[in-house]
Design a protein around this ligand. Structure first.
Ligand code: FAD
Length: 454
């Protein structure tokens, strides 16, 4: 490939204590935690809203609780607390979330799921960031790292104002794809070939009761929660079913590997989230591959919606009312950190002296379950890249074993990781130490004060 040499003089537009790159699931919470811990905090996000895959890929948040329905002796334990719980509480108070809901069917996969209205979430997220004075730069890509040897000193951003630099005492990579880690020369591997990207969508005008009656008659339901969502006619909140039982759908879905669908409904006659479209081996760090995936998955989702309308009772008058802002990416770069969580540690409830969160969900349950419905610790070292200084990472960019990642990548885990790195980065700025030198007991004490369950 031919290259050109550019000579660039880039203005240093901002200075801060903590710079969070990527305002998604982990980054949102990281920014809140950093700012509340007294750090001058900037949050950079490429889209025009906060939430990332939390509101573009994920449906129910997995999981604030242990798998107590599969292991009744374990008892029901709320493992994720702190800021993630505060977000759910704020959403409930705003009438925008039914909170945590126990599964009537599917409790051995996830005993308690958590749902939120995403449009309300987008507004709430800005309110919470404003309350603690986080400077939010939207429509802004982080495109490079400013390095001093192996230490990151800042990040180059590009937005409508052009190319600029943000200098920071500590930088957090919550881009999901490990963009900042890669720019800074941190070690990483790519894992997109082990999984698929998705493209959930929502449909309005669905007669949910009629749909569920049909699915019950044909024994197709896999997950179900019925409850009050303010409607006289529609009480379906969580709904997963198996379309492969119908040959026409099986043929179409098997070709592409589509599943389910799994979904939920928060408003009357609105099947707000339908997760079924899927495409394997998408390298979302490659512009062409990401573009192709976006096109293929959109075709897939729209074809499925038409088939539902034509063939499944309840969908006759339904139409697609929501598609995500971008293809849902599960796994791309995995940043090499001081500790890499293994499946063995996860399922056997490993505990660590420097653990900064606990977690009790595995996305392959009931096939892979955490022992006896317990939970494991995630050490601070799992969020600390080797080699590069001044950098912390959190979210779906950690954990190199696919079946271990199937636990750590889930939303509630990413949020808790965010609280840990945000607090750690603020402490580093305050104490004038590098993340690798941070006293982890100090960090754990601080996290406990914030309500984190350790
Ligand atoms: C289809 C699908 C379904 C899923 N279902 C569930 C589910 O039901 N329950 C569950 O708990 N989990 C689910 N997950 C997993 C979960 O949603 C993700 O693993 C998790 O949300 C990832 O959080 P994150 O903070 O690492 O990344 P994200 O939430 O993706 O955040 C990354 C953010 O960084 C921004 N960004 C990226 N690069 C840059 C850059 N260079 N500059 C600036 N900003 C940048 C992005 O726009 C985004 O906002 C699902 C995932 C997918 C894809």
């Amino acid at each position: 490939m031919r290259t050109i040499i550019e000579t660039l003089e880039t203005p240093v537009r901002y200075e801060c204590d903590v710079l969070v790159c990527g305002g998604g699931t982990a980054g949102f919470v990281a920014a809140l935690a950093a700012a509340r811990s007294g750090a001058r905090t900037i949050l950079v996000e490429r889209y025009g809203y906060i939430g990332g895959s939390l509101i573009n890929g994920a449906g129910p948040l997995h999981s604030f609780f242990n798998l107590y329905k599969a292991f009744p002796d374990a008892g029901k334990i709320q493992v994720i607390r702190g800021i993630p719980q505060e977000i759910v509480t704020r959403m409930q108070e705003a009438g925008a979330s039914p909170g945590h809901l126990e599964q009537d069917k599917g409790g051995s996969y996830d005993s308690m799921i958590t749902l939120m209205d995403w449009e309300e979430f987008k507004d709430m997220a800005f309110t919470m960031l404003e309350e603690c004075n986080v400077k939010v730069l939207l429509h802004t890509m982080a495109v490079g790292a400013v390095m001093d040897g192996d230490c990151i000193r800042g990040v180059i951003i590009e937005g409508k104002s052009g190319r600029e630099v943000i200098e920071a005492r500590a930088v957090i990579d919550t881009t999901g794809d490990g963009d900042i880690a890669a720019f800074s020369g941190a070690e990483f591997i790519k894992k997109h070939d082990t999984t698929s990207a998705g493209f959930p969508f929502g449909m309005t005008g669905v007669d949910m009761e009629r749909l569920v009656a049909f699915l019950k008659e044909n024994d197709m339901i896999t997950q179900l929660i019925e409850g009050d969502k303010g409607s006289d006619v529609d009480h379906i909140i969580r709904l997963g079913f198996d379309l492969h039982k119908i040959p026409l759908f099986a043929e179409f879905m098997d070709k592409s590997g589509m599943w389910g669908p799994l979904g939920f409904s928060l408003h009357e006659n609105n099947y707000s989230y339908i997760n079924s479209a899927t495409l394997r081996n998408v390298d979302a760090t490659d512009t062409e591959a990401l573009s192709e995936a976006e096109i293929t998955l959109r075709h897939q989702a729209m074809t499925l919606s038409r088939m539902l309308r034509e063939h499944i009772p309840g969908f006759e008058k339904a139409y697609v009312s929501w598609t995500p802002a971008c293809v849902g990416v599960r796994y791309t770069r995995v940043v090499r950190c001081e500790h890499d969580m293994s499946l063995d540690e996860i399922v056997n409830c490993a505990r660590f002296d420097d653990e900064v969160m606990l977690y009790g969900f595995h996305d392959c349950a009931p096939r892979i379950m955490i022992k006896d419905g317990g939970y494991y610790g995630l050490p601070y070292r799992a969020l600390l890249p080797v080699k590069v200084d001044g950098l912390l990472v959190a979210g779906r960019l950690i954990t190199s074993e696919w079946d271990a990642h199937m636990s750590t990548r889930n939303t509630a885990s990413c949020m808790a990781q965010g609280q840990a790195v945000g607090t750690a980065a603020a402490l580093c700025a305050r104490e004038g130490v590098a993340p690798r030198q941070l006293d982890t007991e100090l960090l754990r004490t601080e996290l406990r004060k914030q309500g984190v369950f350790l």
